[in-house]
Design a protein around this ligand. Structure first.
Ligand code: FAD
Length: 325
């Protein structure tokens, strides 16, 4: 039986969805799952919110542990892992996780798997994880045997269901003493400027409406916003549309952008390059609108609409409005 730990991410004193997804992943392979919660006096989340989903909770509080100091989190986690010696630590592929995961793996000298979306442990205790490589064209399987080190797996957001069943008893909670020195912090967080946004967060949206180069400019994205609003979803974009400056880069989906796992993924004027599809391969249903019947996106889509978005989108918006009234 392996000792599986999950790194909690939290914001505004609440746990982020990725924390629940990682617990779900942990529970799929380990009988017991422990949660590691780092924070400082001003940002510590309410532990009760999550205490019925894990078996143990390790809490470390330190003034340096704000949301963005990767050096502080790496040192804090190193301290905790050295004291508790988990076999596996699951970290989310988030801004923080991408920063902390490799640094911590280097310090702990364990195995490190990045960008994973599935994992198993077999009867011989061999751990296997799946991750996309070569722009999502191939799924690589990576495996290792446990050898007493703490191994780290960085999981894609949306890979596991965040809806997990409560356990019969609340977690045992332990406070862990960590030593953070000013010298540990090489890169210092100065200020966090939150992007002003309304509506659903792209990573959490169950409907994502995505625009590509085929839109030809920034203005058509307003139509996509309309559709997203009518469906309670969020707008995303291909890299080509972001590079053209039609929409902010934080909306980019794909290999070098965000990973999303919505129920419905609507693409408009997106060709379906593998680097784009790497960011939406977990979407349950893809609806593609493209005027080129041979576009790659149609190989991935469950519903394909061949045609010019200029005629299709206004009818779609009209139909959605009628449906809502
Ligand atoms: P295009 O490929 O130009 O496709 C535009 C589509 O619009 C065409 O299929 C066309 O038929 C259609 N179209 C045109 N006019 C209309 C119309 N009026 N009505 C309907 N359809 C129309 N890309 C990403 O998206 N995300 C990434 O994270 C990413 N990372 C990358 C990383 C690397 C290392 C590399 C090399 C590339 C990466 N790319 C990424 C770029 C990727 O390879 C593609 O170039 C990009 O996804 C293409 O974007 P697109 O589909 O919007 O544009």
């Amino acid at each position: 039986m392996k000792n599986v730990f999950v790194l909690a991410e939290h914001k505004s004193k609440s746990f982020e969805n990725i924390t629940y997804e990682l617990i779900s992943a942990g529970r799929s392979i380990g009988e017991y799952v422990s949660l590691v919660v780092l924070g400082n006096a001003s940002n510590m989340p309410n532990i009760e919110e999550i205490s019925r989903f894990v078996d143990y909770i390790y809490i470390a509080e330190h003034e340096f542990l704000n949301e963005w100091d990767a050096d502080a989190w790496t040192s804090g986690l190193y301290d905790i892992c050295s004291q508790t010696r988990p076999d596996l630590l699951l970290i989310g592929k988030t801004n923080l996780g991408r920063d902390v995961g490799p640094r911590l793996a280097y310090k702990l000298k364990g195995r490190f798997i990045q960008d994973c979306f599935g994992m198993q442990i077999d009867d011989n205790n061999v751990f296997t994880a799946q991750r996309p490589v070569y722009g999502g064209n191939i799924i690589a399987e990576l495996e290792f045997e446990f050898n007493g080190c703490t191994n780290i797996v960085v999981m894609r957001t949306g890979s596991y269901d965040k809806g997990i069943a409560e356990l019969d008893t609340a977690a045992k909670v332990e406070n862990v003493e960590i030593n953070l020195d000013d010298d540990d912090i090489k890169v210092r967080h100065i200020e966090f400027i939150e992007e002003s946004s309304t509506g659903v967060k792209l990573e959490d949206a169950s409907v994502v409406v995505v625009g590509g180069r085929g839109l030809g400019g920034s203005q058509p994205f307003e139509l996509l916003e309309n559709i997203a609003e009518l469906l309670g979803g969020a707008v995303g974009a291909s890299r080509a549309a972001c590079d053209a400056g039609w929409i902010d880069h934080n909306k980019q989906i794909g290999l070098t952008g965000k990973t999303v796992s919505p129920n419905l993924y609507i693409t408009v004027g997106v060709s379906g390059a593998s680097q784009h599809m790497a960011g939406c391969s977990n979407a349950k249903n893809i609806v593609a609108i493209n005027q080129d019947k041979d576009a790659n996106i149609f190989k991935e889509a469950s519903i394909g609409v061949v045609g010019d978005w200029k005629t299709i989108l206004p009818s779609l918006i009209e139909a959605l409005k009628n449906r809502n009234t």
